[in-house]
Design a protein. Structure first.
Length: 246
């Protein structure tokens, strides 16, 4: 497991506290916002959902707790392990939840015909979204064609920053494997994506702040939107009109 910055911060804080604290009985810390207790597993067992299980977390357990179930990827600090040993508390790791289809799906980030900061914003998105792939900047048609290839071959989703979002959506939706949507706010983007089971969000970077863009892209990458609506998944019906030749 690669610890996230919050995990590292809490581990470092505990080490510093243990080194600098006087030799006195530890005082239980106040509950933190991130600490969450599940329902008792048994009469003397408790399930925790904390990413980092510290001494303070164990000190807040109900009296008589003999068994604690922690998440499969949770970090248990040294002082927490010592306390559990001394108090006769068994620490058991739960099973890891199976990865969702969205977690294993490739994610593409690209930009075309945007301002000078588009590359930097794409680079930020690539850091925010695990295993995201950033495409090199080329023309709009080339970028859309590359995204369409990834979507049809790998089931990829993508975010495209485009200076002409309407044109990009029209161009993308000519590809049978793409369902592209656009909007000028995060709620509209996610609502459109859910309605169409979209696999491409086209965003005008001038319409969203960096924070909003990171949030909507991350949410889009994680969501399982389900299958496309039947009318979008079906092949277009042949034209039956008699006013012109085919």
């Amino acid at each position: 497991m690669n610890p996230d910055p919050e995990t590292i911060r809490r581990l470092v804080a505990e080490v510093i506290a243990r080194v600098t604290a006087p030799a006195a009985p530890p005082v239980a810390a106040a509950p933190t916002a991130g600490s969450t207790y599940g329902q008792p597993q048994a009469a003397s067992g408790v399930a925790l959902t904390d990413k980092v299980v510290t001494l303070a977390v164990l000190e807040r357990l109900p009296a008589g707790t003999a068994r604690v179930v922690v998440a499969a990827g949770a970090v248990v600090t040294p002082s927490a392990r010592e306390h559990a040993h001394d108090a006769g508390i068994e620490i058991v790791r739960g099973t890891a939840a199976p990865a969702s289809p969205a977690a294993s799906r490739p994610f593409i980030i690209a930009h075309a015909e945007c301002g000078s900061d588009a590359a930097a914003r794409c680079a930020t998105l690539a850091r925010v979204i695990p295993a995201a792939q950033q495409l090199p900047a080329t023309g709009l048609a080339d970028v859309v064609a590359t995204i369409a290839t990834h979507a049809s071959r790998d089931g990829a989703r993508a975010v495209l920053l485009a200076g002409r979002p309407a044109a990009a959506v029209v161009l993308a939706n000519r590809s049978p494997g793409l369902r592209a949507v656009t909007a000028r706010d995060t709620a509209g983007l996610l609502a459109a994506a859910a309605e169409c089971s979209a696999n491409l969000l086209v965003v005008d970077p001038r319409a969203l702040s960096a924070v909003s863009l990171d949030r909507v892209a991350g949410d889009f990458a994680r969501r399982d939107l389900g299958p496309a609506p039947a009318e979008l998944a079906a092949a277009p019906a042949p034209c039956a009109c008699t006013t012109h030749a085919h």
